[in-house]
Write a protein that binds this ligand. Structure first.
Ligand code: HAM
Length: 417
């Protein structure tokens, strides 16, 4: 039956078949985070618009074109969160987390919103899993964060993943490089796309991300930052690589790597996957040593990443996951015979004993109920009727025997795998 209502463009319903696969991804991540001491945090789905303008950066595509922004009834500008790092930094400052033992290691999962042109792997509401380690400038923290994502993708069995690693240097040391890059872009202004030309002053690094031929040609001869890292920035980058080697995480250095958010400093990284087509990044992140100060907090270095759950599922194809619970017992009963309450009581008692149990809610006849029990994969069926003692049927062997009503829970729970 077609309804005139559909999920909005770029959004989707998560139906039970997909929900199981998502749960597996989230549970795998939660276990990895718990082992490494990254505590869960959750922030609201919307924030003051200014948080993202200041945090993500006014010259980014996200802020310029992709935010779902509206006025609330009090005339305040509100934005559905396009990403999680700025909100978590807001929470870090708001709750005085700099007074806790540092670094504060956090993890999160939830929906995010960007008004992008929808295509495979790119949606207007999508879901990220991420971590942030706030209050450390140690290169070991960069490597630890990267290793966690490597671990997650590995444990989920995502094929063909490659880690690209780069460095943007610190804000001060980047200044000289950006001037050099701007000069290069200005010298080839005619060959650049309009978008890149308009952002030579505000965001010249984005030119590395352009997909038009003209800009790509210009960028082939552009100076790269990785080759110009000096002193502490170069040392930091070398140390991150050393720690990654120690953790056995393979990577390729990509001097042209840039990211779509303005807050990054020093280490940046991206996990790409061949299976994903045009939206080839499954997850990525980097260091953002200036963001918390930018948001009004104390100078606090930090590192983190986010991975897209939908991209993970796309990359996994149909090897997503199986239902978590076995549907073990189905209680078949004669409708309108007074044993409905017995079925209800038995299902409740079985569930309390930890056994998955269902009973008929559709008014089916005896045959229909057995068929349904088979369809949902029940291993056992209890048959209740008003004129015969309860029976327990093993669905595999077809064997059926009489049982006492008040022994059923003990028998079934005792035989559960
Ligand atoms: P991001 O690269 O903008 O980084 O997004 C991270 C991941 O979210 C992407 O790699 C992709 O898998 C997924 N993603 C982004 N946009 C979409 C979309 N429209 N549809 C489906 N999936 C999408 C961040 O958001 C940073 N906050 C990551 C970070 C954390 N950096 C430091 N800490």
């Amino acid at each position: 039956m077609a309804s005139k209502y559909q999920a909005p463009r770029g959004t989707f319903d998560v139906l039970p078949a997909d929900a199981h696969a998502r749960r597996r991804v989230e549970a795998t991540a939660a276990a990895i985070f718990a082992r490494a001491g990254y505590e869960p945090i959750a922030t609201p789905a919307f924030e003051d618009t200014e948080l993202f303008e200041r945090g993500v950066g006014r010259s980014t595509d996200i802020v310029r074109k992709e935010m779902f922004t509206f006025e609330d009834k009090g005339g305040r500008s509100i934005t559905l969160r396009p990403e999680g790092t700025a909100p978590i930094c807001r929470a870090y400052v708001e709750h005085g987390m700099h007074k806790l033992a540092q670094p504060v290691k956090l993890s999160y999962v939830g929906p995010f919103f960007r008004h992008e042109r929808p295509q495979a792997g790119r949606y207007r509401q999508f879901h990220q899993i991420g971590v942030e380690a706030i209050g450390t400038d140690s290169p070991a923290a960069d490597a630890e964060a990267i290793a966690l994502l490597d671990d997650l993708l590995g444990e989920l069995g995502i094929p063909g993943v490659e880690l690209r690693l780069g460095s943007l240097g610190s804000l001060d040391s980047r200044r000289a490089y950006l001037e050099e890059l701007r000069n290069h872009l200005r010298a080839h202004e005619d060959e650049l796309s309009r978008d890149v030309r308009e952002r030579i002053d505000a965001n010249p690094l984005r030119a590395f991300d352009a997909d038009d031929e003209g800009t790509r040609g210009v960028m082939e001869s552009a100076p790269t930052l990785v080759d110009r890292l000096e002193d502490e920035d170069a040392e930091h980058f070398a140390a991150v690589r050393g720690y990654l080697d120690a953790a056995g995480v393979g990577y390729t250095i990509d001097p042209t790597l840039v990211r779509g958010l303005d807050y990054y400093t020093r280490t940046i990284f991206s996990f790409v996957c061949d299976e994903l087509g045009a939206q080839s990044e499954v997850g990525g992140g980097g260091r953002y040593d200036g963001l918390i100060e930018q948001l009004g907090g104390p100078a606090t270095p930090a590192i983190g990443w986010a991975v897209g759950i939908e991209r993970i599922l796309l990359a996994l194809g149909d090897q997503g996951g199986k239902p978590v619970t076995e549907r073990r017992v189905f209680i078949s009963f004669e409708h309108d015979s007074g044993v409905g309450e017995q079925a209800m009581a038995l299902a409740t008692a079985l569930r309390k004993a930890g056994v998955a149990a269902e009973f008929d809610l559709a008014g089916r006849g005896a045959k229909g109920q057995l068929k349904h029990a088979d369809r949902i994969g029940a291993a056992l069926v209890v048959l209740l009727s008003s004129d015969a003692p309860p029976q327990l049927r093993d669905m595999e062997s077809g064997e059926q025997r009489q049982v006492e009503l008040d022994r059923i829970v003990a028998e079934v729970a005792g035989s559960a795998p």
